[in-house]
Every structure is written in structure tokens, then in C-alpha cells.
Write a protein that binds this ligand. Structure first.
Ligand SMILES: [Zn+2]
Ligand SMILES: [Zn+2]
Length: 347
């Protein structure tokens, strides 16, 4: 993916913090001094950050021939505007500066899709959910049924298929309980609406996976239905038996990606399942009110859904979490993982 590699991220976090100690606002930086090793590292960081902003839609894409040599802030106002929009979209304090929290988020591996600005979509200030441009959704009449199937040739061998099927059934049920859409597993992979598989590296859709951590999965907007998980991850269905420090909770990722498959983009609400990052060994299994409002704006409400049922499920889930000693936290952004989504406009 077009992401900063782990090596680059490590370098970036160290050198950028050094940079931040000297200048709180990179947008005001002057032309770098190449006589200093320190400054050369700084300009490397600036270039990486600009590349990141271009990649995710915050700065205009440049002529290809100019990218490699572009290490100066020739358009500081444009850059500051990019920082402000980025902070807004990611739910960060809006300072307009590359403060620690912002830089930490920039360094966090994340989704490959450019962020959609939420500000022009929402009619109400409290809404944070975001749709994809054009607001694609499954166009069948509601109540609708969507089928899903697993690619038999593209599974992982260390997790039992029955466990994988149970995880996905729970994940689909989460969404199906709030909208008038039912999800049914089928063996007919070729005709399934949603096609799920684990893939390694370059797998033919132009978005190669990148090995352990980094990008975890990606899915496509309606009505493509393609749902790809990175086979290089250590996928976990139970952290009691899966002890790896880099284990990723399969169900949390499945819930997030299903949101994309239904038409939701990333939310700026950190508790939402549609927030783009997830830490190793962390879980995010409960739809937030933001997730529910977003998906119901696309499909309407399941007649059996009530707000109180959502709150009750949240309370019981939190009690369960407390019993297992798990910890929820939205900090330590650099340790987060990627949830990826791909745009398909013309399927
Ligand atoms: Zn793919
Ligand atoms: Zn995502």
C-alpha cells in the first residue's frame, strides 16, 4: 500500500518529535538547510507528511516528476488547510499545527482510501458518520437479503473455518439488527453478493497487502461486495488462546469492513466501529450511535430495532468486557492498525 513502512514510521516518530521540539508548526518552515544532517532528516519527514496528505486527499496530487524532489513548503496556507481538515476528519483537536497528537495519527498505519470530508454532508452538527461520494448503497428494495460466501481457496489454516464462520455471522448480525437487511451465508461463492477471502501481498486488485500489521483488510463500496483480509496477519477469534502480541481481532475487523460494504466511510468518532484504526489485541464490537445513525440513513431502521436495545447491548457488552479484564482505550495511536476500504464507483 501507499503507506509509510514500519521502518519509515519508526524513523519518522523519532525525528519528527525532534523536529516538533524546534518548530510547533511545520507549515511555517523555510527552505531546508542541507548542510545539517538533522535538517536533512527533517526535510525527509516533511516530504513524507506531504506525501501522506496527498495520498489521503488533503493536498492536491502533484505532477509525478515533481514528487521525489519536493521537500519544501512552497504553499504553507494550503498545507495548514490540509492539517485543519485532517484534524477535523480524524476527530483530533483542531490546532492547525502538527502537534504530537496529529503527528501520532499521521504515523499510524491506516486505511488506504482518501478521507471523505464530513462537514459538507451532515445536516446536524452531532452527526459524524460519513458516506462515500455519491452515497452508494445496495439498491434493492428493503427489506433486502444479501448473501455472503468464503473463498475456499483463500482461507487461513490456523483458524478453524467453523470459528471464522461464527465470527462473520455475529458481525453481519450486528448490522442486520439495526437495518432491514438480512445476511445469509451461501456456498455459492460465484453468485454471493459479498465475497470474503484472505489474500497475501499483490492479489490482483491493485491494492497489495503489506504483511504483518499495517493494512489489515480492505473492502469495496456497494455494490461490489468484495471483502479482502490480509492473510499475513495473525487473526484471532479468541485472545485467550491466541497469545501473539500482534494478533488482530477478526470480528472487530469484520464489523468495520461490513460497514464499508454497506456504504459507510470512516467516522471521526473514536468509539465508532467505522473509525479507521484498531490496536493489536483490541476489540471494538459494539456499533456506536454514530454507526447506527449512519447506516440507518442509508437503509432505514430494522422494525425490531430500538434505541434502548442498543444501549442495553452496549451496557451488557461493557460488563462483559469488565469481567474479562479487557481494556478499552483510544490512545497510543502509533500502535494502531489499518482497516482499509477501496472505492469502486463504476462496478
Ligand atoms: Zn484486495
Ligand atoms: Zn475502513
Amino acid at each position: 500500500m501507499l503507506l509509510l513502512s514500519t521502518k519509515h514510521l519508526s524513523l519518522l516518530i523519532i525525528t519528527t518529535l525532534a523536529l516538533l521540539s524546534q518548530s510547533p508548526c511545520l507549515a511555517a518552515r523555510s527552505t531546508p538547510d542541507y548542510t545539517s544532517n538533522q535538517t536533512q532528516i527533517q526535510t525527509h519527514n516533511i516530504s513524507e507528511i506531504k506525501k501522506y496528505f496527498r495520498r489521503f486527499g488533503y493536498l492536491p496530487l502533484q505532477d509525478h516528476h515533481n514528487v521525489s524532489g519536493d521537500t519544501t513548503f512552497d504553499e504553507p496556507l494550503l498545507f495548514k488547510s490540509a492539517i485543519l481538515r485532517y484534524q477535523s476528519n480524524l476527530g483530533l483537536p483542531i490546532t492547525g499545527k502538527l502537534d504530537i497528537e496529529t503527528v501520532s495519527m499521521i504515523m499510524a498505519p491506516r486505511c488506504g482510501v482518501p478521507d471523505s470530508d464530513a462537514s459538507h454532508q451532515s445536516m446536524h452538527a452531532r452527526e459524524n458518520y460519513v458516506f462515500f461520494p455519491g452515497k452508494p448503497r445496495w439498491s434493492r428494495d428493503v427489506p433486502m437479503k444479501l448473501t455472503y460466501a468464503f473463498s475456499k481457496e483463500n482461507l487461513i489454516d490456523y483458524v478453524n473455518i467453523s470459528d471464522i464462520r461464527a465470527v462473520f455471522k455475529r458481525a453481519f448480525t450486528k448490522w442486520g439488527s439495526v437495518i432491514p437487511v438480512s445476511f445469509v451465508e451461501t456456498d455459492d461463492y460465484g453468485f454471493a453478493d459479498i465475497k470474503i477471502g484472505f489474500y497475501r501481498g499483490d492479489h490482483g486488485d491493485g491494492e497489495p497487502f503489506d504483511g504483518v500489521l499495517g493494512v489489515l483488510a480492505h473492502s469495496f463500496t456497494p455494490e461490489s461486495g468484495r471483502f479482502h483480509l490480509d492473510a499475513a496477519e495473525r487473526w484471532a477469534v479468541d485472545f485467550k488462546t491466541e497469545k501473539s502480541e500482534v494478533a488482530v481481532d477478526l470480528e472487530s475487523v469484520a464489523i468495520h469492513e461490513i460497514g464499508h460494504l454497506l456504504g459507510l466511510s470512516h467516522s471521526s468518532v473514536k468509539d465508532a466501529v467505522m473509525y479507521p484504526t484498531l490496536k493489536p489485541r483490541d476489540k471494538k464490537l459494539d456499533l456506536s450511535l454514530d454507526d447506527v445513525n449512519g447506516v440507518q440513513a442509508l437503509y432505514g431502521s430494522n422494525p425490531n430495532f430500538t434505541l434502548s436495545s442498543l444501549l442495553e447491548s452496549d451496557i451488557s457488552a461493557n460488563q462483559a468486557v469488565d469481567l474479562t479484564g479487557s481494556i478499552r482505550s483510544s490512545s497510543i495511536l502509533w500502535a494502531t492498525l489499518i482497516l482499509d476500504v477501496l472505492f469502486i464507483f463504476c462496478m
